[in-house]
Design a protein around this ligand. Structure first.
Ligand SMILES: C[S@@+](CC[C@H](N)C(=O)[O-])C[C@H]1O[C@@H](n2cnc3c(N)ncnc32)[C@H](O)[C@@H]1O
Length: 269
């Protein structure tokens, strides 16, 4: 274990950069410990930690988010249809969520058709996916939990939830350290497992086992951030099959143009 003052210096150096300033400090620390083992010199470890954080989170943000402006735009769209279109345009700023735009009108409607109306949701490693709430078949006043590693994203979502018609709570957490335990009808773990597995190979299995939801919507990208799609569906289907084999869960598979999704039912309704 590196000296704690070295780690403190690493966390401070990483968070002095605006791009990483709002990542939960515990997460920066955890990544920093691993990088300090590989690169004992502080300067190299800081650089390697930033690279890692970019890979698992920063790469998905195309520009610094303007959360205050976004809240104003949501609040000043008085009609629900207009607000839904504001959400659609804000979703563009997160690469992973943006890839869902071409299928957004059908993705949740089709994948969750048998569960509608959904009364409670936990959205794991959510990114901007909660802005897709207007496209989900939720019950009126549904309860929505969401977590990711960004503190400013959590603050934004907590203020946006009332505008999106849900009773919501968002928080910043590293889900590889603490699996959310809120009891819900549905867990949404969309395009998150490959990203989380970059730092923790076993997290996919632990999440699916540990999450306290009757149903879990899991998905995988059908193309890379660079746009290539060669063999991705088959590879991810094989990875998913490994996670669920022998569990006795019911699995439904959905092939969307940009995403491969599976609805896992753990408890029969
Ligand atoms: C590929 S994106 C998926 C985003 C969203 N689920 C979607 O598909 O629209 C991965 C997300 O995981 C988040 N993330 C990465 N590591 C995490 C961790 N250890 N705990 C919680 N969230 C994490 C990133 O910040 C990013 O928003």
């Amino acid at each position: 274990m590196p000296e704690s003052d070295v780690l403190d210096s690493l966390v401070a150096a990483v968070q002095s950069s605006a791009k990483y300033a709002t990542i939960a400090p515990d997460f920066v620390r955890r990544v920093g410990v691993a990088e300090l083992h590989k690169y004992p010199r502080l300067k190299e470890a800081v650089k390697a930690t930033k690279n890692r954080l970019h890979q698992v989170a920063g790469a998905y943000l195309t520009a610094p988010p303007h959360y205050e402006q976004w809240l104003d735009r949501l609040a000043s769209a008085p009609i629900w249809d207009e607000r839904r279109e504001v959400c659609r345009s804000l979703i563009q700023t997160h690469t992973s969520t943006r890839e869902r735009l071409p299928i957004l009108d059908e993705f949740y409607r089709i994948a969750l058709a048998e569960l509608a109306p959904v009364h409670s949701v936990i959205d794991v490693a959510c990114g901007l996916n909660p802005l897709a709430i207007p496209f989900m078949p939720l019950a009126e006043n549904a309860v929505y939990y969401a977590c990711d590693i960004y503190t400013d994203l959590a603050d934004f979502l907590n203020r946006a939830f009332p505008l999106l018609g849900v009773t919501g709570t968002a928080w910043a957490a590293d889900v590889t350290q603490t699996i959310p335990d809120q009891r819900t009808d549905l867990a949404i773990i969309v395009k998150a497992i490959p990203c989380l597995q970059q730092l923790d190979k076993g997290i996919g299995a632990r999440l699916l086992d540990g999450i306290n939801a009757r149903h879990i919507l899991v998905s995988y990208p059908a193309q890379s951030l660079g746009g290539s799609s060669k063999g991705m569906r088959a590879n991810y289907e094989a990875q998913f099959t490994e996670l669920v084999t022998g569990k006795g869960w019911t699995i439904r598979r959905y092939d969307f143009a940009t995403e491969l999704a599976f609805l896992v039912t753990k408890i029969k309704t």
